[in-house]
Design a protein around this ligand. Structure first.
Ligand code: KL2
Length: 436
């Protein structure tokens, strides 16, 4: 039985968080943990004609996120072997200016990097996670400066090409030792300028507990599902190789997959394979169905009569696109080697925040998109014990768009606690082989 977490839980910052949640006051937890003396609030004047101070005011008390606990596990040695992971697309500062039209409902103060950096770091430090996976990082050293004072080490991989942002991972030095780190430049495999990171960690207090963590920001282009599939396939395959190398260790894959829970790409992630002949290559990611006016029911889908024809004509795959998606010639089935579950889907939350499959209704909101693209995937050998629920659509709607006063990005952070499980057949010999 799953339940919403209330005061009295023993985990990390939870009791304070829940206490504050119930009093609808988000600030004290952050003040306790970070910038104790920083009481500053945004002071810029709101002069742009579209800014609605009423909307911004409402981005306050309602935007409380609640912890949801998963099925309780029988007591055992694994109780101590828990860790928390955050996946967070923090919205690159350069992307704010490059895609200004997406944030026309947002007060300029809330788009300002100094403000966003403060809010993002307060949130992260308040959560006190063991591993942080960020995407769209273009001010890595700003974040490292703050996070290393809180005991984190970090690694960064910038995208190739003209982009200035990339992926960053931070981990608690006192909790995890980095055994191996790898970064992936998808360009090297003809898969665009996106990047990903993979790290192998060992728990300092339980050295038999090792973990592979991946962090990816998948290509945005809604039409190029073939490239998205190729990138995800490649990341899974590298994660699998690292997992085998270090003794069949469990895997967490965090990131922004630029694909929705209703999409064929999501199905590919959960079922480990996808028959491409059954899908329109331009509709693999589901992104096109997430315009806020569609999601909020303000507008009917345009040209609905023509959709079937459109799908028919676009469903043909060229040999090259098949190759990009699958990585092997003359094959229609894309495959990846992992057995993955999504932590939010496995720890069901409030019906106001989740879809039928348990995924958040939205992890990202701006003028052109309201939906879910971020995930925390995990393999056998782990179980999610709690997740930080996202926000109901009506609450997001009231913000008028992200970022807002309390949330420093156009995405929400995803946060999950995991526990290591005993895996049948795991023995010392396997571990010894991995070390040698
Ligand atoms: O969807 V994102 O935002 O994960 O939140 O990933 C990309 C988009 C990010 C990096 O490429 O920049 C955003 N329209 C809207 N957003 C865009 C576009 C676009 N044409 N191009 C890039 N992004």
């Amino acid at each position: 039985m799953r339940r919403c977490c209330r005061a009295g839980s023993s985990w990390l910052t939870t009791p304070r968080f829940i206490t504050n949640a119930t009093t609808h006051n988000f600030h004290p937890i952050f003040n306790l943990c970070f910038h104790r003396n920083n009481t500053s609030s945004p002071t810029a004047s709101y002069s742009r004609r579209w800014y609605n101070p009423e909307q911004s005011r409402r981005c306050g008390p309602d935007t409380v996120r609640h912890w949801v606990e998963g099925d309780s596990l029988p007591p055992g040695p694994h109780q101590a072997e828990r860790f928390t992971v955050v996946s967070y697309n923090i919205l690159g500062d350069r992307n704010v200016s490059n895609h200004g039209d997406l944030y026309r409902n947002v007060a300029p103060t809330y788009l300002d990097w100094d403000h966003r950096r403060r809010v993002i770091c307060e949130e992260l430090l308040g959560l006190n996670p063991d591993i942080i996976c960020l995407q769209e990082v273009d001010k890595y050293y700003d974040l490292l400066n703050i996070l290393e004072k809180a005991g984190y080490l970090g690694s960064y991989k910038r995208r190739t090409g003209g982009s200035v942002d990339g992926c960053a991972m931070f981990w608690k030095a006192e909790k995890f030792l980095l055994l191996e780190g790898e970064s992936i430049e998808f360009r090297q495999y003809g898969l665009r300028d996106n990047v990903a990171q993979l790290s192998v960690y060992e728990m300092r207090e339980a050295q038999s507990r090792r973990l592979v963590v991946g962090n990816i920001h998948v290509l945005y282009n809604p039409s190029r599902g073939d490239v998205k599939l190729g990138q995800i396939r490649f990341l899974s395959s590298r994660a699998h190789i690292l997992s085998e190398k270090w003794g069949h260790v469990p895997i967490v894959l965090a990131g922004d997959y630029n694909s929705t829970p209703q999409s064929p790409i999501y199905k590919f992630l959960t079922s480990s394979e996808l028959n491409l002949m059954l899908h329109n290559r331009k509709e693999l990611s589901g992104q096109r169905r997430c315009h806020p006016s569609q999601v909020l029911g303000l507008r009917r889908e345009k040209g609905i009569l023509f959709v079937p024809m459109d799908r028919f004509f676009n469903s043909r795959w060229s040999e090259e696109e098949m190759n990009v998606a699958i990585g092997a010639p003359k094959c229609h089935i894309a495959m990846h080697p992992l057995k993955l579950n999504s932590s939010y889907a496995m720890v069901k939350g409030s019906l106001t925040t989740r879809d039928n499959g348990g995924e958040p209704l939205a992890t990202s909101y701006h003028s052109n998109f309201l939906g879910t693209v971020d995930y925390l995937w995990y393999s056998d050998g782990l179980a999610p014990t709690k997740v930080l629920d996202t926000l109901p659509i009506n609450v997001l709607k009231e913000t008028g768009g992200l970022p807002c006063k309390k949330f420093g990005s156009d995405h929400l952070s995803l946060v999950s606690e995991f526990v290591f499980l005993e895996v049948e057949g795991k023995n010392e010999a396997t571990e010894d082989r991995a070390i040698s």
